[in-house]
Design a protein around this ligand. Structure first.
Ligand code: SF4
Length: 272
């Protein structure tokens, strides 16, 4: 069965490669797609459905929307679209928005709290729908922006994994769009006539100023170096731990062995 366009063919190849490289989907999986109605999550469920119909393995898909409770959120559009395309769908109405208002301290940014609350709901829903994998729509740009955000503002060299096993080992989160750019996801959602739905969160847009700055920086560099995004995403899969300063990656064995029980490290003898 042919794909509907060159763009879909390209995205399908990238996602297939990511699935193979990181072991994202296996035979018999039930994949729960976090479907916010944004372009990325639409692109994700559409391409997974295309792959599902062609894959040599069998897996199923269920879309799940977590409604944070903001006025004006067009979850009805998401539900209608899923119904029209024959996608199993479930929506969970929550009070996450109100909870954030209540818990959050003044001037703190809500996004990490929001992400943790949503993650908790997704884990519960995964159990309820019998999902073996939870698929999220993070794309290549999200990976490299997160890398630079952590590098510039958090003093940490990390991005996000394509496959993450939860702390209690009960859930596996996958990010099949790791090699798909934001521009490709946007074009694909448009090409497949998927209705982009805003999250209606009042913080959306103005709270991610640092991320916007990083986006601009990458875009500026891309003018001079068109391959810069590809280089950055390749770098995340090509880490030279011995060339970093993290002592957890580069322990000093002779010092560690010599250390006493109280952790005291004897100085090496200096011969004159
Ligand atoms: S912008 Fe709003 S919906 Fe998006 S992560 Fe932040 S708090 Fe949550």
């Amino acid at each position: 069965m042919a794909y509907t366009s060159p763009l879909e063919t390209r995205i399908a190849k990238k996602v297939t490669r990511a699935i193979a490289d990181y072991g994202l989907i296996e035979h018999g999986d039930r994949v729960m797609v976090g479907l916010s109605g944004g372009k990325d999550s639409w692109a994700l469920i559409q391409i997974l459905d295309e792959l599902r119909q062609r894959a040599p393995i069998t897996f199923s898909i269920v879309a799940v929307t977590v409604d944070s409770g903001y006025d004006g959120y067009r979850h009805d559009l998401i539900a209608t679209t899923c119904e029209q395309r024959g996608w199993e769908y479930r929506i969970e109405h929550t009070g996450i928005g109100a909870a954030i208002d209540e818990i959050l301290e003044d001037h703190a940014t809500p996004c990490s709290l929001c992400a943790r609350l949503r993650r908790g709901v997704l884990y519960r829903l995964a159990d309820e729908v019998g999902a073996t994998k939870i698929a999220l729509g993070h794309h290549l740009d999200d990976f490299i922006e997160t890398l630079l955000l952590n590098l510039f503002f958090a003093g940490s060299l990390k991005a996000m994994p394509a496959r993450l096993v939860s702390d209690n080992s009960r859930h596996v989160v996958i990010r099949p769009l790791v090699s798909v750019t934001e521009a490709e996801a946007r074009s694909y959602a448009r090409e497949r006539s998927l209705p982009i739905v805003g999250c209606c969160c009042p913080a959306c847009g103005d709270l991610s100023l640092q991320r916007q700055r990083i986006k601009r920086l990458i875009a500026e560099l891309e003018v001079e170096h068109p391959e810069i995004k590809n280089s950055m995403i390749r770098a995340l899969a090509n880490v030279a731990g011995r060339h970093l300063l993290d002592r957890r990656l580069n322990p000093l064995p002779e010092f560690r062995e010599a250390a006493g029980r109280d952790g005291a490290i004897p100085l090496p003898v200096v011969r004159r």
